[in-house]
Design a protein around this ligand. Structure first.
Ligand code: MV4
Length: 460
Protein backbone atom coordinates (compact mmCIF):
# COMPACT_ATOMS: atom_id res chain seq x y z
CA UNK A 1 0.00 0.00 0.00
CA UNK A 2 1.14 3.49 -0.90
CA UNK A 3 -0.23 6.51 0.88
CA UNK A 4 -1.66 9.17 -1.45
CA UNK A 5 -2.67 12.29 0.48
CA UNK A 6 -2.02 14.88 -2.18
CA UNK A 7 -2.19 14.74 -5.99
CA UNK A 8 -0.87 17.18 -8.58
CA UNK A 9 -3.11 17.33 -11.63
CA UNK A 10 -0.91 17.93 -14.67
CA UNK A 11 -3.72 19.16 -16.88
CA UNK A 12 -6.33 21.86 -17.41
CA UNK A 13 -9.97 22.26 -18.44
CA UNK A 14 -12.79 19.86 -17.73
CA UNK A 15 -10.58 16.83 -17.09
CA UNK A 16 -8.54 18.65 -14.42
CA UNK A 17 -11.84 19.51 -12.69
CA UNK A 18 -13.19 15.99 -13.18
CA UNK A 19 -10.11 14.49 -11.48
CA UNK A 20 -10.40 17.04 -8.68
CA UNK A 21 -14.02 16.11 -7.91
CA UNK A 22 -13.01 12.52 -7.17
CA UNK A 23 -9.95 13.61 -5.14
CA UNK A 24 -12.23 15.75 -2.98
CA UNK A 25 -14.60 12.83 -2.41
CA UNK A 26 -11.63 10.68 -1.40
CA UNK A 27 -10.26 13.30 1.01
CA UNK A 28 -7.15 13.78 -1.14
CA UNK A 29 -5.71 17.30 -1.41
CA UNK A 30 -5.12 18.69 -4.89
CA UNK A 31 -2.51 20.86 -6.58
CA UNK A 32 -3.39 22.60 -9.84
CA UNK A 33 -0.76 23.70 -12.31
CA UNK A 34 -1.58 26.36 -14.87
CA UNK A 35 -0.17 28.54 -17.61
CA UNK A 36 -0.19 32.34 -17.52
CA UNK A 37 -3.25 32.22 -19.80
CA UNK A 38 -5.13 30.03 -17.31
CA UNK A 39 -4.97 32.21 -14.18
CA UNK A 40 -8.78 32.48 -14.17
CA UNK A 41 -9.38 28.83 -15.03
CA UNK A 42 -11.82 26.84 -12.92
CA UNK A 43 -9.33 24.08 -12.07
CA UNK A 44 -7.15 26.75 -10.43
CA UNK A 45 -10.02 28.08 -8.33
CA UNK A 46 -11.07 24.71 -6.91
CA UNK A 47 -7.63 23.24 -6.15
CA UNK A 48 -6.17 23.41 -2.65
CA UNK A 49 -2.98 24.90 -4.11
CA UNK A 50 -2.10 26.27 -7.55
CA UNK A 51 1.24 26.91 -9.22
CA UNK A 52 1.95 28.79 -12.43
CA UNK A 53 4.27 26.66 -14.56
CA UNK A 54 4.90 28.87 -17.59
CA UNK A 55 3.55 31.00 -20.42
CA UNK A 56 0.43 30.32 -22.49
CA UNK A 57 2.07 28.00 -25.00
CA UNK A 58 1.53 24.32 -24.06
CA UNK A 59 5.13 23.46 -24.92
CA UNK A 60 6.30 25.85 -22.20
CA UNK A 61 3.64 25.00 -19.60
CA UNK A 62 1.50 21.83 -19.67
CA UNK A 63 4.23 19.97 -21.58
CA UNK A 64 7.08 21.42 -19.52
CA UNK A 65 8.32 18.42 -17.52
CA UNK A 66 10.93 20.25 -15.36
CA UNK A 67 8.36 22.92 -14.40
CA UNK A 68 5.73 20.31 -13.47
CA UNK A 69 8.18 18.18 -11.48
CA UNK A 70 9.38 21.32 -9.67
CA UNK A 71 5.78 22.18 -8.79
CA UNK A 72 5.29 18.63 -7.50
CA UNK A 73 8.45 18.83 -5.38
CA UNK A 74 7.59 22.26 -3.94
CA UNK A 75 4.08 21.14 -2.96
CA UNK A 76 5.28 17.73 -1.77
CA UNK A 77 2.65 15.66 -3.60
CA UNK A 78 2.52 11.88 -3.46
CA UNK A 79 1.24 11.37 -7.00
CA UNK A 80 0.59 13.04 -10.36
CA UNK A 81 -2.54 12.48 -12.42
CA UNK A 82 -1.80 13.40 -16.07
CA UNK A 83 -5.40 13.43 -17.39
CA UNK A 84 -5.54 13.04 -21.19
CA UNK A 85 -3.46 14.71 -23.90
CA UNK A 86 -0.35 16.69 -22.87
CA UNK A 87 1.96 14.28 -20.95
CA UNK A 88 -0.60 11.51 -20.35
CA UNK A 89 1.13 9.06 -22.69
CA UNK A 90 4.73 10.23 -22.29
CA UNK A 91 6.76 7.30 -20.99
CA UNK A 92 9.59 9.80 -20.38
CA UNK A 93 7.37 11.78 -18.01
CA UNK A 94 6.16 8.60 -16.25
CA UNK A 95 9.78 7.48 -15.80
CA UNK A 96 10.86 10.86 -14.40
CA UNK A 97 7.95 10.82 -11.94
CA UNK A 98 9.02 7.39 -10.77
CA UNK A 99 12.67 8.50 -10.41
CA UNK A 100 11.51 11.44 -8.29
CA UNK A 101 9.53 9.07 -6.09
CA UNK A 102 6.21 10.52 -7.26
CA UNK A 103 3.56 7.97 -8.25
CA UNK A 104 2.46 8.43 -11.86
CA UNK A 105 -1.24 7.55 -12.01
CA UNK A 106 -1.25 5.22 -15.00
CA UNK A 107 0.42 2.04 -16.19
CA UNK A 108 4.16 1.35 -15.99
CA UNK A 109 6.37 3.49 -18.28
CA UNK A 110 7.48 0.44 -20.31
CA UNK A 111 3.86 -0.36 -21.12
CA UNK A 112 3.14 3.24 -22.15
CA UNK A 113 6.21 3.17 -24.39
CA UNK A 114 5.26 -0.14 -25.97
CA UNK A 115 1.69 0.99 -26.74
CA UNK A 116 3.08 4.21 -28.25
CA UNK A 117 4.80 2.11 -30.91
CA UNK A 118 1.84 0.87 -32.94
CA UNK A 119 3.88 -1.90 -34.63
CA UNK A 120 5.05 -3.24 -31.29
CA UNK A 121 1.57 -2.89 -29.80
CA UNK A 122 0.15 -4.93 -32.69
CA UNK A 123 2.79 -7.63 -32.26
CA UNK A 124 2.29 -7.78 -28.48
CA UNK A 125 -1.48 -7.99 -28.81
CA UNK A 126 -1.27 -10.74 -31.39
CA UNK A 127 0.99 -12.73 -29.05
CA UNK A 128 -1.54 -12.16 -26.25
CA UNK A 129 -4.36 -13.67 -28.34
CA UNK A 130 -6.02 -10.46 -29.54
CA UNK A 131 -7.25 -10.58 -33.16
CA UNK A 132 -5.35 -8.20 -35.45
CA UNK A 133 -5.83 -7.42 -39.14
CA UNK A 134 -3.59 -9.18 -41.65
CA UNK A 135 -0.60 -6.95 -42.29
CA UNK A 136 3.10 -6.36 -41.81
CA UNK A 137 4.62 -7.76 -38.60
CA UNK A 138 7.44 -5.16 -38.73
CA UNK A 139 7.92 -1.66 -40.15
CA UNK A 140 8.10 -1.70 -43.97
CA UNK A 141 11.71 -1.61 -45.19
CA UNK A 142 11.14 -0.76 -48.88
CA UNK A 143 8.74 -0.89 -51.82
CA UNK A 144 9.68 -4.52 -52.55
CA UNK A 145 8.58 -5.61 -49.11
CA UNK A 146 5.40 -3.53 -49.37
CA UNK A 147 4.54 -5.28 -52.66
CA UNK A 148 5.15 -8.69 -51.14
CA UNK A 149 2.80 -7.95 -48.24
CA UNK A 150 0.23 -6.41 -50.57
CA UNK A 151 0.21 -9.71 -52.53
CA UNK A 152 -0.57 -11.58 -49.33
CA UNK A 153 -3.32 -9.32 -47.97
CA UNK A 154 -4.70 -7.79 -51.16
CA UNK A 155 -6.25 -4.35 -51.83
CA UNK A 156 -7.48 -2.00 -50.49
CA UNK A 157 -4.83 -1.66 -47.79
CA UNK A 158 -3.87 1.08 -45.38
CA UNK A 159 -0.42 2.45 -44.53
CA UNK A 160 -0.10 3.75 -40.98
CA UNK A 161 2.72 5.47 -39.08
CA UNK A 162 4.26 3.34 -36.31
CA UNK A 163 4.63 6.43 -34.15
CA UNK A 164 1.23 7.75 -35.20
CA UNK A 165 -2.14 6.85 -33.84
CA UNK A 166 -5.42 8.69 -33.86
CA UNK A 167 -5.45 8.68 -37.64
CA UNK A 168 -2.49 10.95 -38.33
CA UNK A 169 -0.35 10.02 -41.32
CA UNK A 170 -2.58 7.30 -42.77
CA UNK A 171 -2.81 6.46 -46.52
CA UNK A 172 -5.34 4.20 -48.13
CA UNK A 173 -4.06 2.36 -51.21
CA UNK A 174 -6.59 0.84 -53.59
CA UNK A 175 -4.41 -0.33 -56.46
CA UNK A 176 -0.95 -1.83 -56.83
CA UNK A 177 0.17 1.02 -59.12
CA UNK A 178 -0.19 3.59 -56.30
CA UNK A 179 1.59 1.53 -53.65
CA UNK A 180 5.16 2.74 -54.13
CA UNK A 181 4.34 6.46 -54.31
CA UNK A 182 1.91 6.25 -51.38
CA UNK A 183 4.50 4.41 -49.32
CA UNK A 184 7.02 7.19 -49.96
CA UNK A 185 4.48 9.88 -49.09
CA UNK A 186 3.45 8.06 -45.91
CA UNK A 187 7.06 7.63 -44.79
CA UNK A 188 7.88 11.28 -45.50
CA UNK A 189 4.75 12.44 -43.64
CA UNK A 190 5.52 10.18 -40.67
CA UNK A 191 9.08 11.48 -40.52
CA UNK A 192 7.93 15.09 -40.62
CA UNK A 193 5.16 14.61 -38.04
CA UNK A 194 6.79 12.18 -35.58
CA UNK A 195 10.52 12.33 -36.38
CA UNK A 196 10.16 8.63 -37.19
CA UNK A 197 9.45 7.47 -40.72
CA UNK A 198 8.46 3.89 -39.80
CA UNK A 199 5.18 2.74 -41.31
CA UNK A 200 3.25 -0.53 -41.40
CA UNK A 201 0.53 -2.01 -43.58
CA UNK A 202 -2.87 -3.50 -42.74
CA UNK A 203 -5.84 -4.76 -44.70
CA UNK A 204 -8.26 -1.83 -45.02
CA UNK A 205 -11.81 -2.14 -43.74
CA UNK A 206 -14.13 0.05 -45.80
CA UNK A 207 -17.02 0.80 -43.42
CA UNK A 208 -15.94 -0.16 -39.92
CA UNK A 209 -17.25 0.92 -36.56
CA UNK A 210 -14.90 2.11 -33.84
CA UNK A 211 -15.67 0.26 -30.63
CA UNK A 212 -13.51 0.39 -27.54
CA UNK A 213 -13.38 -1.66 -24.36
CA UNK A 214 -12.66 -0.03 -20.99
CA UNK A 215 -10.51 -2.10 -18.66
CA UNK A 216 -9.37 -1.73 -15.06
CA UNK A 217 -6.35 -3.71 -13.89
CA UNK A 218 -4.62 -3.72 -10.51
CA UNK A 219 -0.88 -4.12 -9.89
CA UNK A 220 -1.31 -7.79 -8.95
CA UNK A 221 -2.49 -9.09 -12.31
CA UNK A 222 -6.25 -8.88 -11.74
CA UNK A 223 -8.32 -7.26 -14.49
CA UNK A 224 -11.97 -6.56 -15.34
CA UNK A 225 -13.72 -4.78 -18.20
CA UNK A 226 -16.55 -2.24 -18.05
CA UNK A 227 -18.05 -3.03 -21.43
CA UNK A 228 -17.69 -0.99 -24.60
CA UNK A 229 -18.09 2.51 -25.95
CA UNK A 230 -19.34 3.22 -29.45
CA UNK A 231 -17.03 5.90 -30.88
CA UNK A 232 -17.75 5.60 -34.60
CA UNK A 233 -19.04 9.13 -35.12
CA UNK A 234 -15.95 11.21 -35.76
CA UNK A 235 -14.83 14.01 -38.02
CA UNK A 236 -11.21 14.29 -39.17
CA UNK A 237 -10.32 11.69 -36.52
CA UNK A 238 -11.86 13.81 -33.79
CA UNK A 239 -14.68 12.09 -31.95
CA UNK A 240 -17.88 14.14 -31.86
CA UNK A 241 -20.07 11.96 -29.69
CA UNK A 242 -19.83 8.60 -27.99
CA UNK A 243 -22.29 6.18 -26.46
CA UNK A 244 -22.44 3.13 -24.25
CA UNK A 245 -23.39 0.45 -24.94
CA UNK A 246 -22.94 0.22 -28.73
CA UNK A 247 -26.29 -0.04 -30.53
CA UNK A 248 -25.00 -2.98 -32.58
CA UNK A 249 -22.95 -5.18 -30.24
CA UNK A 250 -24.56 -8.39 -29.02
CA UNK A 251 -24.06 -9.61 -25.45
CA UNK A 252 -21.95 -12.39 -26.90
CA UNK A 253 -19.69 -10.01 -28.85
CA UNK A 254 -19.35 -7.81 -25.75
CA UNK A 255 -18.31 -10.78 -23.66
CA UNK A 256 -15.88 -11.90 -26.36
CA UNK A 257 -14.25 -8.48 -26.84
CA UNK A 258 -14.14 -7.92 -23.09
CA UNK A 259 -12.56 -11.23 -22.25
CA UNK A 260 -9.97 -10.87 -25.03
CA UNK A 261 -8.98 -7.47 -23.60
CA UNK A 262 -8.87 -8.73 -20.00
CA UNK A 263 -6.76 -11.73 -20.94
CA UNK A 264 -4.31 -9.49 -22.86
CA UNK A 265 -3.96 -7.15 -19.85
CA UNK A 266 -3.20 -10.07 -17.59
CA UNK A 267 -0.67 -11.41 -20.07
CA UNK A 268 1.28 -8.15 -20.51
CA UNK A 269 1.06 -7.06 -16.86
CA UNK A 270 -1.10 -4.02 -17.54
CA UNK A 271 -2.17 -1.92 -14.56
CA UNK A 272 -4.49 1.11 -14.15
CA UNK A 273 -7.39 2.06 -16.43
CA UNK A 274 -6.94 1.39 -20.13
CA UNK A 275 -8.81 1.28 -23.42
CA UNK A 276 -8.65 -1.25 -26.24
CA UNK A 277 -9.68 0.30 -29.55
CA UNK A 278 -11.20 -2.16 -31.99
CA UNK A 279 -12.43 -1.92 -35.55
CA UNK A 280 -15.69 -3.82 -35.97
CA UNK A 281 -16.27 -5.12 -39.48
CA UNK A 282 -19.71 -5.35 -41.08
CA UNK A 283 -19.56 -9.14 -40.71
CA UNK A 284 -19.19 -8.81 -36.93
CA UNK A 285 -15.48 -9.63 -36.65
CA UNK A 286 -13.33 -7.28 -34.60
CA UNK A 287 -9.66 -6.36 -34.79
CA UNK A 288 -7.27 -4.58 -32.43
CA UNK A 289 -6.35 -1.06 -33.51
CA UNK A 290 -4.59 0.69 -30.62
CA UNK A 291 -4.48 0.73 -26.85
CA UNK A 292 -4.83 3.98 -24.88
CA UNK A 293 -3.10 3.99 -21.54
CA UNK A 294 -4.86 7.08 -20.16
CA UNK A 295 -8.24 8.25 -18.90
CA UNK A 296 -10.25 9.16 -21.99
CA UNK A 297 -12.48 12.08 -22.87
CA UNK A 298 -15.42 9.70 -23.32
CA UNK A 299 -15.04 7.83 -20.02
CA UNK A 300 -18.29 9.29 -18.57
CA UNK A 301 -20.57 7.17 -20.78
CA UNK A 302 -19.01 4.07 -19.23
CA UNK A 303 -19.37 5.57 -15.76
CA UNK A 304 -23.06 6.26 -16.42
CA UNK A 305 -23.96 2.70 -17.45
CA UNK A 306 -21.77 0.90 -14.89
CA UNK A 307 -21.91 3.33 -11.91
CA UNK A 308 -18.12 3.01 -11.69
CA UNK A 309 -15.94 6.07 -11.02
CA UNK A 310 -12.97 5.40 -13.28
CA UNK A 311 -10.76 8.10 -11.71
CA UNK A 312 -11.51 6.64 -8.26
CA UNK A 313 -10.40 3.25 -9.53
CA UNK A 314 -7.22 4.71 -11.07
CA UNK A 315 -6.29 6.25 -7.72
CA UNK A 316 -7.11 3.07 -5.77
CA UNK A 317 -4.94 1.04 -8.15
CA UNK A 318 -2.12 3.61 -7.84
CA UNK A 319 -2.33 3.25 -4.05
CA UNK A 320 -1.58 -0.43 -4.57
CA UNK A 321 -5.05 -1.67 -3.72
CA UNK A 322 -6.77 -4.62 -5.35
CA UNK A 323 -9.81 -4.06 -7.57
CA UNK A 324 -12.90 -3.18 -5.56
CA UNK A 325 -15.24 -5.41 -7.57
CA UNK A 326 -15.24 -8.52 -9.72
CA UNK A 327 -16.42 -9.01 -13.29
CA UNK A 328 -19.67 -10.57 -12.03
CA UNK A 329 -20.40 -7.31 -10.17
CA UNK A 330 -20.26 -5.23 -13.37
CA UNK A 331 -23.70 -4.69 -14.91
CA UNK A 332 -24.49 -2.46 -17.86
CA UNK A 333 -27.66 -0.52 -17.05
CA UNK A 334 -29.49 1.64 -19.59
CA UNK A 335 -27.89 3.76 -22.26
CA UNK A 336 -25.63 6.81 -22.19
CA UNK A 337 -24.63 9.36 -24.83
CA UNK A 338 -21.96 12.08 -24.61
CA UNK A 339 -21.85 15.11 -26.91
CA UNK A 340 -18.57 17.00 -27.06
CA UNK A 341 -19.30 20.72 -27.01
CA UNK A 342 -16.48 22.51 -28.80
CA UNK A 343 -15.88 26.24 -29.08
CA UNK A 344 -16.03 25.98 -32.86
CA UNK A 345 -17.90 27.21 -35.83
CA UNK A 346 -20.07 24.11 -36.45
CA UNK A 347 -20.01 24.55 -40.20
CA UNK A 348 -16.36 25.37 -40.77
CA UNK A 349 -15.01 23.55 -37.68
CA UNK A 350 -12.65 26.47 -37.02
CA UNK A 351 -11.91 27.50 -33.40
CA UNK A 352 -14.16 30.12 -31.84
CA UNK A 353 -12.47 31.38 -28.68
CA UNK A 354 -13.70 34.41 -26.72
CA UNK A 355 -15.90 35.54 -23.87
CA UNK A 356 -18.88 33.48 -22.76
CA UNK A 357 -21.62 36.06 -22.29
CA UNK A 358 -24.46 33.73 -21.28
CA UNK A 359 -24.22 30.23 -19.89
CA UNK A 360 -26.76 27.68 -18.71
CA UNK A 361 -26.09 24.12 -17.72
CA UNK A 362 -29.02 21.72 -18.16
CA UNK A 363 -30.09 19.57 -15.24
CA UNK A 364 -32.86 17.16 -14.42
CA UNK A 365 -32.89 13.38 -14.39
CA UNK A 366 -30.04 11.56 -16.13
CA UNK A 367 -28.00 14.61 -17.13
CA UNK A 368 -24.31 15.19 -16.38
CA UNK A 369 -22.16 18.09 -17.56
CA UNK A 370 -18.37 17.96 -17.32
CA UNK A 371 -16.98 21.43 -17.96
CA UNK A 372 -14.57 24.04 -16.70
CA UNK A 373 -16.19 27.14 -18.19
CA UNK A 374 -18.50 29.59 -16.45
CA UNK A 375 -20.33 32.89 -17.22
CA UNK A 376 -17.94 35.67 -18.35
CA UNK A 377 -15.09 33.19 -18.73
CA UNK A 378 -12.86 33.90 -21.71
CA UNK A 379 -12.06 30.73 -23.69
CA UNK A 380 -8.36 31.09 -24.52
CA UNK A 381 -7.22 30.38 -28.10
CA UNK A 382 -4.16 28.33 -27.12
CA UNK A 383 -5.65 24.94 -26.25
CA UNK A 384 -8.10 22.27 -27.35
CA UNK A 385 -11.48 23.70 -28.32
CA UNK A 386 -13.57 21.25 -26.26
CA UNK A 387 -15.20 23.32 -23.52
CA UNK A 388 -17.86 20.96 -22.16
CA UNK A 389 -19.17 17.43 -22.34
CA UNK A 390 -22.91 16.92 -22.13
CA UNK A 391 -23.72 13.41 -20.98
CA UNK A 392 -27.14 11.84 -20.61
CA UNK A 393 -28.40 8.50 -19.43
CA UNK A 394 -31.76 6.79 -19.81
CA UNK A 395 -33.21 3.29 -19.76
CA UNK A 396 -33.13 2.90 -23.52
CA UNK A 397 -31.19 4.38 -26.46
CA UNK A 398 -34.38 6.09 -27.72
CA UNK A 399 -34.84 7.61 -24.25
CA UNK A 400 -31.23 8.77 -24.18
CA UNK A 401 -31.65 10.48 -27.57
CA UNK A 402 -34.83 12.21 -26.38
CA UNK A 403 -33.07 13.31 -23.20
CA UNK A 404 -30.05 14.58 -25.15
CA UNK A 405 -32.29 16.64 -27.43
CA UNK A 406 -33.91 18.45 -24.51
CA UNK A 407 -30.58 18.82 -22.67
CA UNK A 408 -28.98 20.35 -25.80
CA UNK A 409 -31.95 22.72 -26.00
CA UNK A 410 -31.37 23.80 -22.39
CA UNK A 411 -27.60 24.09 -22.79
CA UNK A 412 -27.03 27.76 -23.50
CA UNK A 413 -23.62 29.12 -24.45
CA UNK A 414 -23.55 32.62 -25.93
CA UNK A 415 -20.72 34.88 -27.05
CA UNK A 416 -18.87 32.15 -28.92
CA UNK A 417 -19.90 29.58 -31.52
CA UNK A 418 -20.27 25.97 -30.41
CA UNK A 419 -21.05 22.54 -31.83
CA UNK A 420 -24.44 22.44 -30.00
CA UNK A 421 -26.49 23.03 -33.22
CA UNK A 422 -24.51 20.28 -34.99
CA UNK A 423 -25.35 17.81 -32.22
CA UNK A 424 -29.04 18.78 -32.45
CA UNK A 425 -28.98 17.89 -36.14
CA UNK A 426 -27.21 14.58 -35.53
CA UNK A 427 -29.79 13.64 -32.85
CA UNK A 428 -32.53 14.29 -35.46
CA UNK A 429 -30.79 12.19 -38.12
CA UNK A 430 -32.64 9.02 -39.06
CA UNK A 431 -29.50 6.92 -39.64
CA UNK A 432 -28.17 7.97 -36.25
CA UNK A 433 -31.47 7.18 -34.57
CA UNK A 434 -31.46 3.72 -36.14
CA UNK A 435 -27.86 3.13 -35.04
CA UNK A 436 -27.07 2.56 -38.70
CA UNK A 437 -23.68 4.21 -39.23
CA UNK A 438 -20.00 3.67 -39.97
CA UNK A 439 -16.87 5.83 -39.75
CA UNK A 440 -18.11 7.51 -42.95
CA UNK A 441 -21.22 8.86 -41.13
CA UNK A 442 -20.07 12.49 -40.83
CA UNK A 443 -18.98 12.80 -44.47
CA UNK A 444 -22.36 11.47 -45.59
CA UNK A 445 -24.20 13.57 -43.02
CA UNK A 446 -22.47 16.83 -44.01
CA UNK A 447 -23.12 16.14 -47.67
CA UNK A 448 -26.83 15.54 -47.00
CA UNK A 449 -27.03 18.71 -44.88
CA UNK A 450 -25.38 20.79 -47.61
CA UNK A 451 -27.84 19.44 -50.17
CA UNK A 452 -30.78 20.28 -47.91
CA UNK A 453 -29.46 23.81 -47.47
CA UNK A 454 -29.02 24.32 -51.21
CA UNK A 455 -32.55 23.04 -51.87
CA UNK A 456 -33.92 25.42 -49.23
CA UNK A 457 -32.07 28.36 -50.75
CA UNK A 458 -33.28 27.47 -54.24
CA UNK A 459 -36.92 27.30 -53.14
CA UNK A 460 -36.76 30.73 -51.50
C1 MV4 B 1 -8.33 1.70 -40.11
C2 MV4 B 1 -9.50 1.83 -40.88
C3 MV4 B 1 -9.82 0.80 -41.74
N1 MV4 B 1 -9.01 -0.28 -41.82
N2 MV4 B 1 -7.56 0.61 -40.25
C4 MV4 B 1 -8.54 5.96 -37.96
C5 MV4 B 1 -7.99 6.32 -36.63
C6 MV4 B 1 -6.90 5.39 -36.37
N3 MV4 B 1 -6.92 4.96 -35.00
C7 MV4 B 1 -7.12 4.26 -37.30
N4 MV4 B 1 -8.19 4.63 -38.18
C8 MV4 B 1 -8.67 3.76 -39.09
N5 MV4 B 1 -7.96 2.63 -39.25
C9 MV4 B 1 -7.90 -0.33 -41.09
N6 MV4 B 1 -7.12 -1.41 -41.22
C10 MV4 B 1 -10.26 2.97 -40.72
C11 MV4 B 1 -9.85 3.97 -39.84
C12 MV4 B 1 -10.68 5.14 -39.77
C13 MV4 B 1 -11.46 5.39 -38.65
C14 MV4 B 1 -11.45 4.55 -37.53
C15 MV4 B 1 -12.22 4.83 -36.44
C16 MV4 B 1 -13.03 5.96 -36.44
C17 MV4 B 1 -13.06 6.80 -37.50
C18 MV4 B 1 -12.28 6.54 -38.62
C19 MV4 B 1 -12.33 7.39 -39.72
C20 MV4 B 1 -11.54 7.12 -40.81
C21 MV4 B 1 -10.72 6.00 -40.82
Amino acid sequence: MREIKKILIANRGEIACRIMWTCKEMGIRTVAVHSEADRDALHVKFADEAICIGPASSAESYLNIPAIISAAEITNVDAIHPGYGFLAESSTFATICEECNIKFIGPKPEIIKMMGDKVEARRTMQAAGVPILPGSPDPIADAEEAKKIAKEIGFPLIIKAAAGGGGRGMRIVREEKDLESQLETAQAEALAAFKDGSVYIERYIERPRHIEIQVLADEYGDCIHLGERECTIQRRHQKLLEEAPSPVLTAEQREQMGSVAVKACEEIGYSSAGTFEFLLDEDGSFYFMEMNTRIQVEHPVTEMVTLADIVYNQIRIARGETLSYKQEDVHIVGHSIECRINAEDPEKFTPSPGKITAFNIPGGPGVRVDTAVYPDYVVPPYYDSMIAKLIVQARTREGAIRRMRRALEMMVIEGIKTTIPLHQKIMENEKFQKGDFSTKFMEEFMEAENKKEKAEKASQ
